[in-house]
Structure formats: structure tokens, C-alpha cells
Design a protein around this ligand. Sequence first.
Ligand code: ZN
Length: 332
Amino acid sequence: MSNTGMTAFCGTEGCRTFDSLGSSAGTVLGLSAAVGSAARCRNTPADVRKVQTALNRFTPLEGGPSPALVVDGKFGPLTLKGITGFQKKHFGLEGADGVVDPDKRTDKALCTAAGTYADLPAEMQKHRARAMHIINLARMSVDRARYFKTGKPNTWGIGKSDWEKAAKHFQIDKFPGASGWSTALGFVDSIYLNMQTALGYVPRGLVLATDEPLGSNEGAYAFTFSGGYDLSQRNLKWNGMPRGSIYLCARMQNLDSDAFSYVLIHETAHYVGPIAETQNSITDYGYAHRKDGKYQKLLPWQRTHNADCYAQHAFDAAGIPFDLNAHLLVSA
Ligand SMILES: [Zn+2]
């Protein structure tokens, strides 16, 4: 992504191709031929990927696969099991032929989960106030953490737990130099302050949440451009997309509504941070919900420039530690 001048693409698998199925999708998947185990099936990778993605949008109770299918475009026993399991749930045993024929009932039924949120931007809008509240609490916590180091006398250890949270998420205690922690904590606070501003704490707030354009295929939950809130960036475009928006992808359909304020804080960190050209922007060095181990190994400076550290710290500071994996409608 470095050749595009932007860095922030966020999702469980990072960037990958996907076929849009969001609220604007039609009533069928748009398969080129049948997918399944019969002689008439072609199982082209693009078609298989559509079926796998669609199946994953259903919870196991709704006939979706458990665990979720790996969306690899390959038709194998797990995808077949996913199709027959879905058909059994929707049409009974006799309807479970293991084939998704274009424009037929399985194809149509596979599209019925796409409307978890009829209007993603409107749904996101509902969670702005909650995100703002959590950011306010995070700033108060940052303030108390500073007091813990500088308030004299501080006989009762006021701010101790706040300092510990700043240390846990930003390793604020590991910054070199006598005042390293203070500079770093000031940077963190400036990001939170900018978030308040962007979300409307002052009247000029501007968080534009928009559906991902159909021509885009980033496959994330949401993405935005580093420093997109900056006046110099807002109206610049990349692939026809203005940099001043937060884009909500079809994958958001797989998050429960509790996760929206988390995603909003994560994306807003990118959005209000420095622009990419400064080499100081808020990017994605690691995601707390991934099991690749990167998040745990982040260095102090990376943490203060990592979007998920802000979302993690803010929720922890608000007293509600957050694990995105607990908010997936279909478990990964
Ligand atoms: Zn991100």
C-alpha cells in the first residue's frame, strides 16, 4: 500500500479481493455457473469465493458454517458441507443437493443475510455518541496518568491504575529519556483531542462514514486514509475515492453493533493523525484481535502510532476492555 501514499486498511485478513455483498447487493450472488458437487458445476474460483463469503455471513443457527469457511475460492469438502448444511436448514433434508445453481433458490437464500444492517453509514452514525463518550473517558485517564507522575504530593497514588493502562497499551513507561513518557503521552492526548474535534466535540466536527464504493475491493471492515481529516487531504482522491471519508465495507455486516464504536475509534485514529508524508501517521502495526502475535510485540513508538492501541486503550480506560473476536456474528 506504500505506493499509494496511504497506509490504513484494516481487517482481520488485511487487504484481499472480495465481492461486494453489502446492503446494495442484488438478490442473487451473480454466479457464472453452478457451484457444488454435481457434473454441471464449474466451481470457478470467483464463484466459489462468492458462495464461501455468503455462507460465512450466516450464523450457525441460521445454517452458516462453523467454524467459518476459509474464503480461498477452492471447492472442497468443507465448502460442500457448508452448502448442504445451509440447504438443510433452509429447505430441509430433501433440498440439500449440495449445489448452488445461479438464480435458483439456494442462490437467492444466500443473499438474505446481507441486510444485517440495512444502512451501514446510518448504523455507524448511531454509535458516534458512545465513541465520543469513550474517548472523553480515555482523555481523563491520560490526564490522571500524567498526574500520577507529576502530582506532588500524591500520597494516595491517584492515577496509578491510569498510568498502568497507559503502560499496558502504549508502553508509556518504556520511552527513553527523563521526559520521553511525557512527550509520548502528549502525542496520545493530541490524537484523542483531534478525535473529539472530528467527531463533533467542537462544531467543526467531520466524520464522514460512507459505504465502500462498489469498485473497491479492500475486504476490510472499514478503511480510511491516514490524516484524511487534515484540510490538505480531505478533497484529494485515491482511485476516485475522496480521502476525507471513513469507508465501511460489507464485512462490517459480520460485526455486532457493539463493535461499531470500537471500529469508529480505530478508524478515527488514522483519520485525525498526521498525514502519511510526515512518516508520523497512525497506521496498523498490529491488531489486538489477530492471532499473529504482532500486536504483543509492538515497540513503544509503534504503539503510539498504531490505531488499534488507541481503540484498546480507550475501551480499557472506560472500564470495558474489548475483544473484537467476541463481537463477530460468525466466528472466525
Ligand atoms: Zn486500521
